[in-house]
Design a protein around this ligand. Sequence first.
Ligand code: SAH
Length: 202
Amino acid sequence: MVAGQILNRGIRDPKILSVFSKVPRDRFVPEEHRMRSYTDHPLPIGEGQTISQPYIVALMMELLHPEPDSRVLEIGTGSGYQTALLAEIASKVYSIERIPVLAERASRLLKDMGYANVEIRVGDGSLGWPEAAPFDRILVAAAAPSVPKSLAGQLAEGGRLVVPIGSALEQTLTLVERVQGNLRLQEGCSCLFVPLIGAEGS
Ligand code: SAH
């Protein structure tokens, strides 16, 4: 998976490649799809949601560029796979999931796997996690019609926020940086995520 789907398509950051080699994706895929854990596809994780395709997860990681001292906010825990990848690199990961069953499953799994620097809560992630803000990095794993204001407001100076922006049918993976107080947007590739459902989503 790492060689064929990630390295081959231009992801070169050794830190990212190494965490992808370390975190077993099959632990995050439901039993009935486990055989396909390392294929180049999103897979169902129940509740109508999916674990993203490995390449897209890698692309988001590259754009986000988490550092060892980063405090990260993730919106859309889903299976918890990307949460684990983030927790391998960053000092602390706060993750919000709106569907309780998914949040509980991910939370249990990450605890079993020994991740002590992860906090997961159920709620509307489009509003962020004000009590723990500001964040050095914010990753949104669901599509928003525009940059959610609350999330931009919780981004630290010099911070990076990655969010798919667009309609339900097509989005652009967007990098938002806070530079001297201002937000700077940079558009990346087109992508397809499930919608961010919430007050500042769709
Ligand atoms: N990165 C995840 C994939 C998540 S799919 C993984 O690796 O498995 C997107 C997730 O975002 C879904 O689980 C969905 O329920 C969740 N979601 C959608 N809107 C949300 C919101 N407003 N707040 C929190 N989670 C949300």
